[in-house]
Design a protein around this ligand. Structure first.
Ligand SMILES: [Zn+2]
Length: 99
């Protein structure tokens, strides 16, 4: 039987890496005690959006968001994704201009 490498990849990982993640009782893949957020549809963007826009009237910056999100979530390049998201937030850009 031919083993196709492409079928053993899940998003950005190989299955080998996924095996190092622990599956919790609800079937979520965890990295330590943080939930691995798969690169599916725009799941990560939704989490970033929620973390950035809810709770506070003033939007949190990259470090604050990373600090909060890392308690519960994890994915490779997470901090970079947060920085990318914050840099492009229209509301944050306007605040910067008004200052
Ligand atoms: Zn913002």
């Amino acid at each position: 039987m031919l083993k196709q490498a492409s079928t053993t990849r899940v998003g950005e990982f190989t299955v080998g890496f996924l095996d190092t993640l622990v599956t919790d009782t609800e079937g979520l893949k965890c990295f330590g005690n943080r939930i691995w957020v798969p690169k599916l549809r725009d799941l990560r963007r939704k989490i970033l959006s929620e973390a950035h826009k809810s709770k506070y009237s003033v939007h949190p910056g990259t470090n604050k968001m990373y600090h909060d999100l890392r308690q519960s979530y994890w994915w490779p390049g997470m901090k970079k994704d947060i920085a990318y998201f914050v840099e492009r937030c229209v509301t944050c850009l306007q605040v910067k201009i008004e200052r």
